[in-house]
Design a protein around this ligand. Structure first.
Ligand code: MGD
Ligand code: MGD
Ligand code: SF4
Ligand code: MO
Length: 852
């Protein structure tokens, strides 16, 4: 069978891994034909990953199906067509601007747009609508790093490259769970450790899987980072290794929560290793003092001269695949385009380049302020693209009120039902990964092509096309006459001449003349070269530690939030992949065992987290790696995937005064146990939205969905199960009820298991029956196979399907390294994302074995 090989870039994180996709069948495709199978492997020639991929990248093909896709424009919940939908967007835009002025319009966009889409969005808003009100979810992500770069370097420039990680002797990871969130970078760091003995330090209040693998874990107090880095700088100054004159505050006594011996060990490591890279991520940025954290880190590098040379520098790791591209084209409300600001001269130059008379006059509203303006009725037209703010914004209850009040909400999405599309008046179907065509910039400023693998399904269109059509309807035909991403690229690359003229490092002018063919074949390249700040002015910035807030007795805990290894943000894509669901099926409230006792929480029970902003329910997971007084929940679960488990009901709107970035990782909170009259689980081939329950949570299994349930009232059996014949067993005394249903094909169609006080069977076997064509109803009702298979335990290696028990067995049978476990079981030998988990199991199991 013939196939095509297409090189592209991963859909997910800012590492920007290159992918080689094999697409079945010959080109060309016709729209509307069946989706062809795609095989994903790492691109050995891509400098970001040299062929490696993590679990999310490896399993991308599982998220390319059409299930859940938005295929047609929708107007007020009814199917529409492009002509009508675009006319409506343009009409409402024009009316809003005419009646209320351009600042009554807002665009809320995303680091998941391609650079070409982003460029058009920014040009339309700042250049033609004439307002600065375009901001992006990068405000929630790296705005603090951007502000820190601007203060230290005078430009938003990442002064390091991935090769510096290969060449470093010491790597500090600050507020970064690298092994889970940038797994291929983690693998690169591990390779450096084996090759040259690189030391790894993790600075994180939690003992993450990354921290477990480090040489030193510094369990800093939440937001203790500035105090810590100031103290470190003072110590290096005292040792004669840093020039910190005039930068440090008088009083260094602010408590970073770090044990003296840990601080001494950290200081010795820093003193001993000039080749030092400090990677920082959301534990630094997502703070009400996030910009200062960034500058505290940069200060240490500048004062020690550890920048602009091999193996050293401060490295802001970016989250989304094109967060960097968005920064370059002006996606943030406080930048113009091409790293330009809003001075009269810059505005004039940009207006001339775009040939517009409508250029905005100054910066617009930042994300949190933008939604406040919507809430207050100052913004009356909001266009959301490639982001899910009803889930991902802090105080999302408020954000939903704002969306519900807004006279016009337009949402461009690839997925039909998200928490945000539920608020859309006009819903526009966009390309998804695998259909998109353009460029992205990764954490190390490397620009790569994302190429289309398949034709767009239904009526889905490119975001740049959608915006261009609206702009043309508003009368700006010449400025938005783009007919391809290549044409947009040329205009943008040419525009960086304005940055170059002002001495900025962002220079793409040599790419401004690419032909369509050259653009199509464009190889990954890094703008600014390896050390873009070399020879340029850089500044230390005095920073003050945050004064810890007095704890409110009503909220004695501090709530931290973040990510799971195999889920991406609001799960609109990874949530569909059964393989990825195996790592963590539910959102866990991670709490220290002593705190659990203190607050009456049981491992595996349910608990409610309450803050000043809202409340949500999670499964309790005891975690020794939590500091006392801190709890952690994942950000991922939505109202589509669960009932009552949405983390972002909890954080408030407080934000960094410089960057406007919210402090997602440190919210005063309390916890309380949740008891329910009954618990259970449901298996179905299709999606239902359970109602009237205390809590529920859904995850993908092969052939359908597994729902965990808890409730107080009567079990709504008829609402939960499809119509049809039911087989049932019950034990009234124990309050046990089990129902199974056979599908037309002979296999399990649905099952509902409920208990009031007893136990429930393990889910793996019975869930596996959903994808089977036959089966034994007695075994279904028993919840286990009539021919027992060995229990493998919780899934650890999702690529090879190897469970915890198999791995422990291999260790007991003599495997003494991660490699040996791989030999014995295959675990960890494909994408490698589970290798930190294997190392942990190894340490735990060997510690348990009696000494010989
Ligand atoms: N699997 C997966 N990978 C992803 C993503 C995903 O959704 N899933 N999203 C991508 C995106 S957009 C982003 S932004 C990145 C995020 O990547 P990371 O920043 O690594 O991820 P987080 O889990 O948000 O937070 C990192 C750590 O910060 C710690 N932290 C909390 N408070 C503090 C503090 O005060 N000081 C310090 N030093 N640390 C603190 C948390 O305990 C947490 O372990 O991941 C990217 N990669
Ligand atoms: N509590 C808490 N909250 C957080 C964070 C945290 O650590 N803690 N992290 C924050 C961070 S760093 C980030 S980056 C945000 C992420 O938050 P979001 O951006 O809201 O999360 P996603 O689920 O990635 O949403 C992207 C949406 O865009 C759609 N999409 C993908 N590609 C395209 C495209 O090309 N065009 C269009 N039109 N749509 C597309 C996807 O289907 C998906 O629904 O969350 C933030 N929120
Ligand atoms: S590390 Fe994983 S998610 Fe990130 S770009 Fe690479 S393969 Fe994709
Ligand atoms: Mo992010």
């Amino acid at each position: 069978m013939s196939e095509r090989v297409i090189r592209t870039t991963c859909a997910y994180c800012g590492v920007g891994c290159g992918i080689t996709a094999q697409v079945a069948g010959p080109a060309p495709f016709a729209g509307g034909e069946a989706r062809r199978p795609v095989t994903i492997t790492g691109d050995k020639a891509h400098p970001a990953n040299h062929g490696r991929l993590c679990s999310k990248g490896t399993h991308l093909a599982e998220t390319m199906g059409l299930e859940g896709r938005l295929l047609h424009p929708m107007l007020h919940g009814k199917r529409s067509n492009w002509g009508e939908a675009l006319d409506e967007v343009a009409l409402r835009l024009r009316e809003t601007i005419e009646q209320h002025g351009p600042d009554a319009v807002g665009f809320y966009v995303s680091g998941q747009l391609l650079t070409e889409d982003y460029y058009v969005a920014n040009k339309l808003m700042k250049g033609f609508i004439g307002s600065g009100n375009i901001d992006t979810n990068s405000r929630l992500c790296m705005a603090s790093a951007v502000a820190a770069h601007n203060r230290a370097f005078g430009e938003d420039v990442v002064p390091v490259s991935y090769t510096d990680l290969d060449e470093a002797d010491l790597i500090l990871l600050v507020g970064s769970n690298t092994a889970w969130c940038h797994p291929v970078i983690w693998q690169r760091i591990e390779a450096a450790r084996s090759a040259r003995g690189t030391k790894i330090v993790v600075i994180d209040p939690r003992r993450t899987e990354t921290a477990e693998q480090a040489d030193l874990h510094v369990a800093v107090a939440p937001d203790g980072d500035v105090a810590l880095f100031n103290a470190l700088l003072a110590e290096m100054d005292a040792r004669g290794l840093a020039g910190a004159a005039g930068v440090l505050p008088q009083d260094l006594a602010c408590d970073a929560g770090v044990l003296p011996e840990q601080f001494a060990a950290l200081a010795d490591l820093v003193a001993a290793h000039p080749r030092m890279v400090t990677v920082f991520s959301m534990g630094a940025n997502q703070s009400v003092g996030g910009t200062d954290k960034g500058n505290a880190i940069i200060n240490l590098h500048l004062a020690m001269g550890r920048i602009n040379d091999v193996g050293m520098g401060p490295f802001s790791m970016t989250g989304q695949p094109n967060a960097m591209g968005g920064r370059e084209v002006g996606g943030l409300a406080n930048m113009l385009a091409c790293h330009l600001g809003f001075s009269p001269a810059e505005l004039r130059d940009v207006a001339a380049y775009w040939n517009t008379a409508n250029i905005c006059t100054g910066p617009g509203l930042k994300a949190v302020e933008m939604f406040r303006a919507v809430h207050e009725g100052r913004i009356k037209f909001l266009w959301v693209m490639a982001t899910n703010p009803a889930v991902s914004m802090p105080d999302s209850g408020f954000v939903r009120e704002a969306l519900a009040r807004c006279p016009t909400v337009v949402v461009s999405e690839a997925i039909a039902d998200t928490d945000t599309t539920r608020f859309a008046h006009i819903l526009l179907p966009a390309h998804a990964w695998g259909e998109k065509d353009g460029t992205v910039t990764n954490s190390e400023r490397r620009i790569s092509r994302q190429r289309a693998l398949l034709p767009a399904p239904g009526e889905a269109k490119a975001d740049w096309w959608i915006m261009g059509q609206v702009a043309q309807r508003l009368g700006w035909s010449d400025a938005f006459a783009f007919n391809s991403p290549a044409a947009i690229w040329r205009e943008y690359a040419g525009m960086t001449a304005l940055a170059v003229a002002r001495g900025k490092a962002l220079d793409l002018t040599t790419y401004a003349q690419l032909s369509d063919e050259e653009y199509e074949a464009l190889e990954p390249f890094q703008w600014g070269g390896a050390y873009p700040m070399a020879g340029r002015a850089m500044q230390l910035v005095p920073v003050q530690p945050l004064t810890p807030k007095a704890m409110d007795a009503a909220f004695p805990l501090r709530l931290n939030t973040g990510r799971y290894r195999d889920q991406w943000h609001t799960m609109t894509r990874t949530g569909y992949a059964p393989t990825l669901a195996q790592h963590r099926r539910e959102a866990l409230l991670e709490v220290h065992p002593d705190d659990a006792v203190l607050y009456g929480l049981a491992d595996g029970g349910l608990a409610r987290v309450v803050t000043a902003s809202g409340a949500a329910v999670f499964r309790v997971g005891l975690a020794e790696g939590q500091r006392r007084g801190d709890v952690f929940v994942p950000m991922h679960w939505t109202d589509v995937m669960a009932g009552g488990a949405r983390a972002n009901l909890l954080p408030d709107q407080r934000r960094d005064p410089v960057s406007g970035q919210p402090g997602f990782k440190n919210t005063p909170a309390r916890v309380e146990p949740v008891s329910s009259a009954w618990r259970g689980f449901l298996l179905r081939r299709d999606v239902v939205a359970p109602e009237g329950l205390a809590w529920w949570s859904r995850s993908a299994v092969k052939g359908g969905w597994l729902y965990e349930l808890a409730g107080d009232d009567a079990v709504p059996v008829d609402a939960l199960l499809p119509a049809g014949e039911r087989m049932e067993v019950a034990d009234v005394v124990r309050g046990m009820r089990r129902i199974a249903m056979r599908g037309a094909g002979g296999g399990l169609e649905a099952a509902l298991f409920i208990t009031r006080s007893g136990t429930l069977p393990a889910r793996d076997w019975i869930a596996g029956q959903l994808s089977s064509e036959d089966g034994d109803p007695m075994a279904w009702l028993a919840g286990r196979s009539s021919t027992p298979a060995p229990d493998c335990g919780p899934m650890v290696c999702v690529c090879h399907g190897v469970g915890e028990k198999q791995i422990t067995r291999a260790i007991e049978e003599g495997a003494t390294s991660v490699a040996a476990i791989g030999k014995a079981t295959c675990a960890g030998t494909n994408c490698g994302s589970c290798r930190p988990a294997l190392a942990k199991l190894l340490a735990v199991t060997l510690a348990k074995e009696p000494a010989e």
